[in-house]
Design a protein around this ligand. Structure first.
Ligand SMILES: C[S@@+](CC[C@H](N)C(=O)[O-])C[C@H]1O[C@@H](n2cnc3c(N)ncnc32)[C@H](O)[C@@H]1O
Length: 393
């Protein structure tokens, strides 16, 4: 393997570390919380683009992870009955997943469907209509049409109805499709595939507004990509009739462009808060993985102390984030009205800190604002800082 190819695989792997770290940290709180009041403590996970369950080197993919989670949740002191539904349209990959499930899914309720998620998702949604569901959609290319994703939120909403959440991996091929917007050739059919995935032609104008010519620089391309992802998240939020979405950009290195974006949609404030925590911890684990990887690539061994260096970098990030949060909170408080961070997510977290920061950073920033005399609100003993009402001093 050339070093370029091997770097490509490493970058892909690093990116997968992030999505799996977020998944690993999120599904347990989701199932514990929603299963506490659900029928027979049942909760469903649907993995629509399931993959082989484990990678060639034995590392956990989403299949093995969700089966493990189901077993862990069944053995808690207040057990949850988690069922896993996998769809995988490549027969050989579905067979590998079946082997993993034979070995690791003993005692777990699961289904493996060898077929197209477009066709099987509605059937699975019917099967789990009475219980909470978390749907994970992780395609290699463009996802299923937007209308089919939005249909997940056709499940009932409101008090007493089972929660519905979606995590979708977006845009692996967005740039390729956007490139066609500048071409004179008849490529309308390909563009229509993207229209269907994004829920209409709106994404073309959103892209072109930020990136009017194909010679635009990298920053313009990144802005265009983010505009499309934000438009998608906004549309999904509208369909969910719900509270919010998190967008996490996944970059193989801090200074490189994102390789994909994770869009999370929920109707629940608890979901928003718990996913924010999971994303922040997942990103931290991913930065550690990158630091270790960089050290291994260093032929001269100068980075032997990579873990100590990584900790120093993490401490710097923590200080930067808390300083930025403190300033934003003080600015918002200066407007003179009490507010909750969850309602000012854009102003306080912005696209730079969303998913990166978590409760511990927010807590310190609120304490700083209190010491600075900007608020009278003390975060001491408060668990959920996103919904804490911050009152100007
Ligand atoms: C990125 S991989 C999944 C990785 C896995 N979710 C994980 O996190 O470990 C995408 C998988 O989706 C499968 N796939 C592609 N199109 C599909 C479709 N329309 N329906 C179901 N599976 C599909 C591919 O064969 C591939 O195994």
């Amino acid at each position: 393997m050339s070093s370029e190819t091997s770097k490509f695989h490493e970058a892909k792997k690093a990116a997968a570390v992030l999505k799996h770290a977020v998944l690993d940290r999120y599904v347990t709180p989701f199932a514990s919380k929603t299963g506490s009041t659900s029928k027979d403590q049942r909760v469903a996970f649907i993995d629509g683009y399931a993959g082989p369950g484990r990678y060639d080197d034995g590392a956990e993919g989403s299949g093995a992870m969700l089966l493990r989670k189901a077993k862990e949740l069944a053995s808690m002191s207040s057990p949850r009955q988690v069922e896993c539904h996998f769809v995988e349209n490549d027969p050989a990959t579905a067979a590998r997943l079946q082997e993993v499930a034979n070995d690791e899914g003993v005692g777990v309720t699961y289904t493996i469907t060898d077929g197209n998620v477009s066709k099987h998702l509605p059937v699975l949604l019917d099967a789990v209509e009475e219980i909470p569901v978390f749907v994970y959609l992780d395609p290699c290319g463009l996802p299923i049409p937007f209308d089919q994703v939005a249909a997940i939120f056709a499940r009932p909403s409101g008090p007493g109805t089972p929660p519905t959440e979606v995590l979708i991996n977006l845009t692996a091929h967005l740039r390729r499709f956007a490139g066609m917007l500048y071409s004179d050739k008849a490529i309308e059919n390909s563009l229509k595939t993207a229209d269907s995935a994004f829920g209409g032609e709106w994404w073309r104008a959103a892209w072109l507004e930020k990136c009017p010519t194909k010679h635009a620089n990298e920053d313009a391309k990144k802005a265009a990509e983010l505009a499309v992802v934000e438009g998608y998240a906004q549309r999904l939020r509208d369909k969910a009739g719900g509270l919010g979405t998190w967008i996490i950009d996944v970059k193989p290195r801090a200074n490189l462009r994102p390789v994909y974006y994770l869009v999370f949609a929920t109707r629940s404030i608890h979901g928003m808060v718990a996913f924010g925590e999971a994303a922040s911890k997942g990103l931290e684990q991913w930065r550690k993985h990158i630091a270790e990887q960089d050290a291994q690539d260093d032929l001269f061994g100068a980075a032997a102390d990579w873990e100590a260096d990584w900790k120093v970098e993490e401490a710097k990030l923590k200080t930067q984030w808390i300083d930025a949060l403190t300033k934003r909170l003080v600015d918002e408080l200066a407007k003179g009205e009490a507010f909750r961070i969850i309602d000012r997510a854009e102003e306080v977290l912005g696209s730079d800190l969303v998913g990166a920061v978590r409760g511990l950073h927010l807590r310190q920033a609120i304490k700083n604002a209190l010491s600075a005399g900007a608020t009278t609100t003390d975060p001491k003993g408060v668990d959920d800082l996103y919904t804490l009402l911050l009152t100007p001093a």
